[in-house]
Design a protein around this ligand. Sequence first.
Ligand SMILES: NC(=O)c1ccc[n+]([C@@H]2O[C@H](COP(=O)([O-])OP(=O)(O)OC[C@H]3O[C@@H](n4cnc5c(N)ncnc54)[C@H](O)[C@@H]3O)[C@@H](O)[C@H]2O)c1
Ligand SMILES: N[C@@H](CCO)C(=O)O
Ligand code: NA
Length: 429
Amino acid sequence: MRTRPLKVALLGCGVVGSEVTRIMTTHADDLAQRVGAPVELAGIAVRRPDRVRAGVPAELITTDATALVKRGDIDVVVEVIGGIEPARTLITTAFRHGASVVSANKALLAQDGAALHAAAEQQGVDLYYEAAVAGAIPLIRPLRESMAGDKVNRVLGIVNGTTNFILDRMDTSGAGYSEALDEATALGYAEADPTADVEGYDAAAKAAILAGIAFHTRVRLDDVYREGMTEVTAADFASAKKMGCTIKLLAICERAADGQSVTARVHPAMIPLSHPLASVREAYNAVFVEAEAAGQLMFYGPGAGGSPTASAVLGDLVAVCRNRLAEATGPGESAYTRLPVSPMGDVVTRYHISLDVADRPGVLAQVATVFAEHGVSIDTVRQQGKDGEASLVVVTHRATDAALSATVEALRRLDTVRGVASTMRVEGE
Ligand SMILES: NC(=O)c1ccc[n+]([C@@H]2O[C@H](COP(=O)([O-])OP(=O)(O)OC[C@H]3O[C@@H](n4cnc5c(N)ncnc54)[C@H](O)[C@@H]3O)[C@@H](O)[C@H]2O)c1
Ligand SMILES: N[C@@H](CCO)C(=O)O
Ligand code: NA
């Protein structure tokens, strides 16, 4: 074993960074054996140096992250600050000074992944980010490496722990949205600004990263259709239950049937209770990958939290350290297919539509005509009357999202439709 250590600079010592420090310190001997050289924590950049951090060596703490990444003797920079700046500049500065980078920063990777990969390649260093998608679950590396010989057609799953935690609490214990969000934040699952979680930006960033790797193309955050889960109500859960379903925030990346384009989207959806994703509880994540030769694979595990995320960071750290000892780099960006990303309107899905209508003869026929005029076929209709008013729940067969949303707009314009109480896509059948 080499005696000269590989030096690691840690940027950020919050929920994830403090766990990275703990594991690096307590497992130092094992890490050295696995890498083939000691792995030394050479500096930790923080914003608040006075904060008490149990088990973190005080002499390593600095507030000057820029000076740390410019030292020149750093082999690997671990970026767990989050956000776009200063993380992006620190990472590119680290590359310029010869360091490889391990990051958990999905927001940055989804926005600037291509440029960061190019910068790493130019300097002959690594950029690894297993922790950025689905926490502890190995997903980036399996897609990039284990499945490099197959053709992935679909990636579908739950990739945000915070929202899954909230939806699970709302479904199983009838908890309120804010109460469940506070709990998820206290457990270290939520982003610094939880809007990123509940409005679907975090899941959309992960979808962009997954789609890019799965389909060997470039997909940016802006290419991903996004709806958050803030408007999911107890009434939606009640409606889902009547259909034998629950509600999950899903990320879905698909290659079009003709293979000429891809789509990526994040939105709440009803899924049957019999589907494996329905039983994904708390902050767990689960992702299905469908590939031509392999068939369907399912990846499941803790999707958020300090310790699970640190596990993925440490896995990358060991891989990158091994590469440095071998004077090699791992696989970089693969975007040779250059497939266009189609708009949401082209996606084929099903809708669950809940309408408040007048309870009088001919209303059902009028509603059915609107569906027919848009070429949307109805699967089931359920009507419940109350004092001259009725609630009508329609579940469609598969149609394009453009046709389905045009149907909803036309329904809104009917005099006999008092309102569209909710619209939700149905997936997983
Ligand atoms: N918490 C999770 O479950 C989880 C899971 C996967 C990925 N991530 C990602 O990991 C990263 C970190 O997340 P976290 O939950 O640890 O966040 P956090 O807010 O707990 O930690 C970030 C830390 O970085 C520090 N910081 C900010 N600017 C700094 C600067 N310029 N120099 C030094 N330190 C600075 C902050 O003070 C804070 O302590 C984010 O990119 C997040 O998206 C988090
Ligand atoms: N805030 C993210 C952290 C893991 O990426 C989540 O809840 O999934
Ligand atoms: Na992961």
